[in-house]
Write a protein that binds this ligand. Structure first.
Ligand code: PDD
Length: 287
């Protein structure tokens, strides 16, 4: 079965899917995106992802490419047409196609929309989570508007590639105060020796993760102790556990930071439990 993508009103073979060379996403990274997990044939937290998409669009003054209901329909269609049972659905909206000029294009230029989906292996994800991942710190060098989920991800690409070249799967950005902001494509968490979950406030230098929000609900429901505050790299080295959250990896235990073993070097019980319970705290809509 060949993969299908949705591009500006048409379902096309993934291999043939293309945008114009003067798409502002291509020329200026002038666009935003969302990634939703597909789990057991359901799109996870689609309303929250579309709320955040609307916010990102609003902050950049890009119009919705079509109604929100139509976007939902297309997301479901692309998941269905690609027969994705477990995997991801990706949506990107840019300011549209116009001759290269930094100023916003004329009012009649429509935003571009692309939706793709792909399957992934739950077994491979579980194997990864059973092992835990290594993260590698990196100086925070992104623009201050990391609250907007823009496709301008070059700093993230470089930080993550650096992590990979040093044996890691994720980068942790470190701000000027020595505190962890977030991962290259995840939010960062620790569990202190006293069993307190800690993550940085969403208002300061991070993307307000949708997975993070669901985990916060779980923490509340399970009555776990929690502090929303910045934590330093030093504190992470001393932590009992660490983990990251994102739609692409849900709750992923971290067992090494900059080569130093976290806790006993194995995925922690808190992270493992949050991972197991995760989907009970999400909105699941059948496609
Ligand atoms: N990344 N922080 C950053 C910088 C991210 O790029 C992401 C998501 C997150 C977690 O957000 P959420 O829980 O809503 O997925 C935090 C996506 C998955 C990506 O770029 O692939």
């Amino acid at each position: 079965m060949s993969r299908i993508a949705y591009v500006n009103g048409q379902y096309v073979r993934h291999a043939d899917a293309a945008v114009h060379v003067e798409d502002r996403g291509y020329q200026f990274a002038d666009g935003v995106y969302e990634v939703c997990e597909v789990w057991q044939n359901k799109i996870v937290d689609m309303p929250r992802h579309l709320d955040r998409l609307g916010r990102s669009l609003g902050e950049l003054r890009i119009d919705w490419p079509m109604s929100r209901a139509a976007v939902e329909f297309v997301l479901r269609q692309v998941v269905t047409r690609n027969r994705v049972r477990n995997g991801l659905v990706y949506i990107q909206v840019t300011r549209g196609v116009s001759k290269r000029d930094h100023f916003f294009p004329p009012e009649d230029v429509a935003p571009s929309i692309v939706v793709t989906a792909r399957s992934s292996s739950p077994e491979a994800a579980k194997a990864q989570a059973d092992q835990g991942i290594a993260v590698v710190s990196y100086p925070e060098n992104r623009w201050p508007r990391v609250d907007i989920k823009t496709v301008a991800l070059l700093p993230n690409v470089l930080a993550k590639q650096n992590a990979k070249e040093h044996g890691g799967k994720e980068a942790w950005y470190i701000d000027g105060d020595g505190n962890v902001t977030e991962g290259g494509s995840t939010n960062a968490w620790i569990v202190t020796k006293d069993g307190v979950l800690v993550t940085r406030p969403a208002e300061s230098g991070i993307l307000r993760g949708i997975t993070r929000a669901a985990v916060l609900e779980l923490i509340d429901r399970e009555g776990l102790s929690f502090e929303e505050r910045p934590f330093s790299l030093e504190e992470a080295f001393e932590a009992k556990e660490a983990f990251v959250t994102a739609a692409t990896s849900v709750v992923m235990p971290v067992t090494r930071v900059d080569g130093r073993i976290i806790g006993n070097g194995h995925p922690g019980s808190v992270a493992t439990r949050l991972r197991e319970l995760f989907h009970t705290a999400t909105d699941l809509q059948t496609v």
